[in-house]
Ligand binder design. Structure first.
Ligand code: SF4
Length: 245
């Protein structure tokens, strides 16, 4: 990743506390309008191809047009159902998410040093895998972006409960979460209303979409993130994509 001097686009002081408080009151369309009016089409829309991100992409295209920049991270360990979403999104929304891959030599080193499934061995090795397959490609995806949109929601996990609608991430970029106060029911209602494609994994009991070896279906009544890194404590269940500045 480039140095902080190269990647820091905005001093957090650019966004005053009163402005941040005002933004908390905006609904999703108004917040997306704010992001594009302030940062233009340099804004990147992140998509894991889960239902929240399909809703987010649809809203972004509706508000800013088909030129919006959308990306996804191909960790090399995704489910076929997630790869299928790339074509389905393009056919429905008219935008093709740009795909970013991990550095092949970094993956080779990790697998040869630790094993293909070493992420099960310790939190450190799991985070090291996420750093190679997710965090580093994210840095490339956002290299020239002053701001990005994500489909994070507060009720997805304990690690997201305090999520604000606009934050400054660890690289100094403005991260906007227009769906942060949406419930899962609201997301699905929007998806159905607009006849959007849904990742087939959701119908198989996966509320959260991630890498195949690190994501499983959840039982009725289980928390939405219970299927992610289920062998770890809930407080460690983030991959490093959403660290605050
Ligand atoms: S979710 Fe699992 S397979 Fe995917 S990058 Fe993280 S540790 Fe690696």
């Amino acid at each position: 990743m480039a140095s902080s001097a190269e990647t820091r686009f905005h001093d957090p002081a650019d966004l005053s506390p009163s402005e941040l408080a005002r933004l908390e009151d905006l609904d999703a369309p108004a917040l997306i309008d704010w992001a594009f009016s302030r940062y233009g089409l340099g804004v990147q829309v992140a998509s894991s191809l889960a239902v929240e991100d399909v809703v987010l992409m649809h809203l972004a295209v509706k508000r800013a047009g088909p030129e919006v920049r959308v990306f996804t991270l191909d960790t090399g360990r995704l489910n076929q159902e997630t790869y299928d979403m790339l074509d389905r999104v393009k056919a429905t929304l008219g935008v093709a998410p740009r795909v970013f891959f991990p550095d092949s030599q970094a993956v080779e080193r990790y697998v040869n040093d630790h094993g293909a499934n070493a992420f099960y061995d310790s939190v450190e090795l799991r985070k090291a895998c996420c750093a190679i397959r997710k965090v580093a490609p994210l840095a490339r995806a956002l290299a020239d972006a002053p701001a990005w949109l994500t489909g994070l929601r507060r009720d997805q996990s304990v690690t997201r409960a305090a999520l604000r609608k606009v934050e400054v991430d660890s690289s100094g970029r403005v991260k906007v979460a227009p769906l942060s106060d949406w419930t899962e029911e609201q997301v699905w209602a929007y998806c159905r209303e607009h006849r959007l494609p849904a990742n087939a994994l959701h119908a198989q009991g996966y509320p959260s979409i991630g890498c195949a070896p690190c994501t499983r279906a959840v039982a009725p009544g289980e928390h939405a993130r219970a299927g992610r890194w289920w062998w770890e404590d809930a407080s460690s269940k983030e991959c490093g994509l959403h660290t605050k500045g």
